[in-house]
Each structure stands twice: as structure tokens, then as C-alpha cells.
Design a protein around this ligand. Structure first.
Ligand code: NAP
Ligand code: GLV
Length: 309
């Protein structure tokens, strides 16, 4: 039983150790040292090269190292009929909630304004509402969005969420579907985007939708870079329609050195680090699905490739 591991960012040694700790019989092979190709039954990957996965004739399951599967659905040669499993593990969820809470609080308490005032040696107190009077919108009420929304509601924010199908998260006002996007955006003073990148969601943050936000809203994009039409954000920032943005993901990563986001005074930029799968808990999630597969039980967190997430 062999598993192929392929990633440029996740540490192969830590993953091999974690997988070995919960499945001693699982032989972990680190790409490109795959050995005999026919022996690879499982693949745990992040951004595999186009066509790589079809070269394993006995592949049974494809595990994404991350929550998103757009790095797999973009492979036009993805082997047909092999289930693709999203990464759902408590470390990834907790890390994202930390990042979202940090970012929402930062915009809520006007830290981008205060950073500029510090640079200019301006000593002035800016008005700030209480969390209960601040409307936060979370686009995507899935595993990550629902946890972040619940944590924000727990801090007292007035939180709403938007999803494809109706969802219920305690303390969170629920909007869903294309028809309810407009009223959802119209109330989102701080907008968090935690959507997956699919054929339907690409470019969803654009000049039209940013204009639907209350004037002076803040944007936090932690989903995928291509959800945002980057060239539409700059005029919205310059006009004050969007007061500030925290961006963790970009259409091209890293953004080119001359990209205006690097130096924009109202953009907080981080290197796609909002949350990263934790090897120990991630390995347990992978091994549980292998166990289920071999026992003929239902798999957990199977991506719907038709929907794209
Ligand atoms: P998930 O559980 O699959 O949830 C996706 C959510 O988006 C669901 O609520 C879904 O609606 C909603 N959605 C999908 N298409 C939609 C549409 N057309 N209209 C409205 N809502 C739509 O995914 P997750 O585990 O929460 O992860 C979300 C994304 O976060 C990942 O795909 C990835 O891109 C990103 N991510 C980023 C980082 C980072 O470090 N920046 C880390 C991890 C993940 P339904 O509930 O109705 O299905
Ligand atoms: C990271 O971007 C993920 O999809 O987990």
C-alpha cells in the first residue's frame, strides 16, 4: 500500500512521520521518487503538475493537501472515477478562524487608519462602534466559513453568511443563492470571502459587487485570488468605496514585484498563509478515509467535481 506525497510548500518529512505514526503499513513516497507507478494507490497532493495523477494506473483516492480542490479540477487529465477528497481537519479550521478573527478585529478597530496616522505622527482617536453594531458578512458558510462566522458571532459581531444552499449557523443570519447576494452584500460592512474557486464564483468580487457594499466597507479575501477582479479593487479603494483590504490570496502568487498591492497603504498583504493543514491532524483525517475506503464504508468530504468544490 503506497501513498504518493507531492507539495512544494508542505514539509514532506513532517507528513511522512505523521502518516507513519497513524498508519505504519502505509509506504509514503515523496514525489518525484514515486518508485513503481502501479504500486501507488493513494495520492496526497498540492498543485500536482498537469497529467501527473493519470500516470498512476491503480490510483484509488486523491487527497487534496488543502481545503480547496481547484488545484486538482484545473487538471484536464485528472483520472476519471477516482474520488477527490477535500482536506477537512481541526487544525486547518482553527487556523483560518484565527486569521479571520484577527483581520475582522483589525478592520473593526481601524488599525489600517492608525498605522497611517503613526507614520504621520498623528495623535487622534477615531470613532469605533461596538462589535454588536458592526455588520460582518461571510461569503461561504462551509467548514471554514461557518466556524469563522460562529467565532465572530461569539465576539458579539452582527454576522451574516452567504452560501449556495440554505445553511443554519447559530447566531448568524443566513442568506443563500444568487437572489440573496445583493441584500447580503448591502449589509456587509466587513466582508470576508471564504468561497471556493469554481466556474460560478470566479470574479465574484468585482466592480459591480464591491459597489453593492456599504460605503467604506472593508474586504478580507482568504478564499482564492481569482475570486477577486484585482484591477476592480484599486479604483474602489481609491474612491473610498472600500476603505481597506486584507488579501491573503492572489491571481498570481506571489504577485509580481511591481503589483500595486505590495505598496498600497490600504492593503494588508499576506503570503497565502491564512491557514495551512497541520500534518498530525491532517494525517489522521487522511488515514481515516483510507480506512473507510478499505472497509467499504462511506468516504468523508468527497468533492463534487460537477460543482467544483
Ligand atoms: P466548503 O466546506 O466546501 O464550503 C464552501 C462554501 O462556499 C459552502 O458554504 C458553499 O455553499 C459555498 N459556495 C460554493 N459555491 C457557491 C456559490 N456559487 N454561491 C454561494 N455559495 C457558494 O469549503 P471550505 O473548507 O470552507 O473552504 C473554502 C475555501 O477556502 C477553499 O475552497 C479554499 O479556496 C479557501 N482556503 C484558503 C486558505 C488560505 O490559507 N487562504 C486555507 C484553506 C482554504 P453550500 O454550503 O451551499 O455548499
Ligand atoms: C489552502 O489554500 C487550502 O485550500 O487549504
Amino acid at each position: 500500500m503506497a501513498l504518493l506525497f507531492k507539495s512544494e510548500i508542505d514539509r514532506a518529512d513532517l507528513w511522512a512521520e505523521a502518516l507513519g505514526g497513524c498508519a505504519p503499513d502505509l509506504e509514503v513516497r515523496i514525489w518525484p521518487e514515486a518508485g513503481e507507478l502501479s504500486e501507488i494507490e493513494y495520492a496526497l497532493v498540492w498543485k500536482p503538475p498537469q497529467g501527473l495523477l493519470k500516470s498512476y494506473p491503480n490510483l484509488k483516492l486523491i487527497f487534496s493537501l488543502g481545503a480547496g480542490v481547484d488545484h486538482l479540477t484545473s487538471d484536464s487529465e485528472l483520472p476519471e472515477g477516482v474520488p477527490v477528497l477535500r482536506m477537512v481537519e481541526p487544525g486547518l479550521t482553527a487556523g483560518m478562524t484565527e486569521y479571520v478573527v484577527m483581520s475582522v478585529l483589525m478592520h473593526h478597530r481601524r488599525m489600517v487608519d492608525y498605522a497611517g496616522m503613526q507614520r504621520d505622527r498623528v495623535w487622534e482617536v477615531l470613532p469605533t462602534p461596538l462589535a454588536a453594531d458592526r455588520k460582518v458578512g461571510v461569503m461561504g458558510l462551509g467548514v471554514l466559513g461557518a466556524d469563522a462566522a460562529a467565532a465572530l458571532a461569539g465576539l458579539g459581531f452582527d454576522v451574516a453568511g452567504w452560501s449556495r444552499s440554505p445553511k443554519s449557523v447559530p447566531g448568524v443570519a443566513a442568506f443563500h443563492g444568487a437572489d440573496q447576494l445583493e441584500p447580503f452584500l448591502a449589509r456587509s460592512e466587513i466582508l470576508v470571502c471564504l468561497l471556493p474557486l469554481t466556474a460560478e464564483t470566479g470574479g465574484i468580487l468585482n466592480a459591480r459587487t464591491l459597489a453593492l457594499l456599504p460605503r467604506g466597507a472593508a474586504l478580507i479575501n482568504v478564499g482564492r485570488g481569482e475570486l477577486l477582479v484585482e484591477e476592480d479593487l484599486l479604483p474602489a479603494l481609491d474612491a473610498g468605496q472600500v476603505t481597506a483590504a486584507t488579501l491573503d490570496v492572489f491571481a498570481s502568487e506571489p504577485p509580481a514585484p511591481e503589483h500595486p498591492f505590495w505598496t498600497h497603504p490600504r492593503v494588508v498583504l499576506t503570503p497565502h498563509c491564512a491557514s495551512i493543514t497541520v500534518p498530525d491532524s491532517g494525517a489522521r483525517a487522511v488515514v481515516e478515509n483510507i480506512r473507510r475506503f478499505e472497509a467499504g464504508e462511506a468516504l468523508l468530504h468527497v468533492a463534487d467535481l460537477g460543482r467544483g468544490y
